[in-house]
Design a protein around this ligand. Sequence first.
Ligand code: SF4
Length: 471
Amino acid sequence: MPPPAFSATAGRRHDAWAFRLARTGDWLRRHQRAVRRLQWGVVIIYAVLLIGPNLIPLPGRSAHVWNDLTLFAQFVFWGIWWPGVLLSMLLFGRLWCGLLCPEGALSEAVSRRGRGRATPRWMRWPGWPFAAFVLTTVYGQLVSVYQYPGPALVILGGSTVAAIVVGYLYGRNHRVWCRYLCPVNGVFGLLAKLAPMHYGADMEAWARTAPDQGRTTQVTCAPLVPLRGLDSASGCHMCGRCAGFRDAIELRPRAPGSEVVQRGGLATRWESLLTITGLMGVAPGAFLWSASPWFIAIKLQLASWLVDAGILWPLQARLPWWLLTDYPGRNDVMTVLDGATLLIFVFAAAGVLTLAIAAPLLVAARILGPLRDLRRFHHLALALLPVAACGVILGLSAQTVTLLRADGVALPWVPEARATALALASSWSVVLLWQIAGRYARRSRRAIAALAGAGGIIAGLSPWLLLFWVW
Ligand code: SF4
């Protein structure tokens, strides 16, 4: 038991932190107009960075990040924006979605004057977050989205147009697109579970206070989160509009990862699939293929079979740039064979990694109890989120490193920084495994299950070790 003086100080610090967070939530609620102005500012920056590079020629040899809009936009989008957004999910929950995301802002703005139809059933299919993430990731690789402005416009701009159309057709003052179809909604929802803050409802205060009392009485939750019993950060966009509703809802601190441990028993198979196959399978596959000697080996083998069979068109056939990378002026062309090899590589990598990560988790879940409904397996899968998030952030930031090195910026500390990040993320995952196992078993069974589950962490680290240190 810690000495009382320490406990009191820690308690006071926690109270001060909780008080400040609650005040921040209230401040946000009272400043929604400023938030909207901020959102329109981001919409303008987003439009310039997305459309501008498509109006000028591709960068020449002497172009740099600081003197060419295309390279600058690449650097900002893939080097700063996306890794920063993912990191922000771990730190602040989905604050990005509620305060800054241009798609969400546009979709909600349009829905104010739209048709306001009910959300169709097909849209509510729980597999969309996984399917949309996988399709977007793989398609992005086929068209080289990180390298060229056209594919970036097709993917990011296409998603924005879809968000606006959905906003116009469905929901009133809501973000139906964000809730059901946004390709990164599922990933953001998973990462936000690790955040050290969330909006939560105190059910005693809720019962005491009528809806027409409290610091606010009018709430429209844009992403359609049920406010009664609000506890999870997954669907909440942290917009602050409900802060003070029935004097029960507040922005609150919590232990990082506590939602994964305490509420992870409710995780679904789609969340496991997105964590293991999506974030730890398809995503590493998409980052790995271009550096992999195995990709070359598969391609050579396929080419040799095709030549032996007298089928030569896949080795020469090209497709439009919006289907398959096609920039002959820059010596960057993917043939149909290249595209097919890429698909084989990414899906094979995803399959192998899924098996390698899921098998130890299944063993761990079995040690903790019967496997009947896989509830324990889904719960344990969430423990891998720190490693999954760290891998994807490092994969994206590799783009930043490449661009900066191409411009002569030496970054000698990068390997150590990557190793440290992966080590910290793995340690966090081990702690989560231990805490989750402790909810189902004690002593030796708990320890053996956590040890078995750690095999999933090692398997999840393997593609990043190959990419950053072996190839
Ligand atoms: S629950 Fe809804 S209204 Fe409340 S902060 Fe989250 S997104 Fe905003």
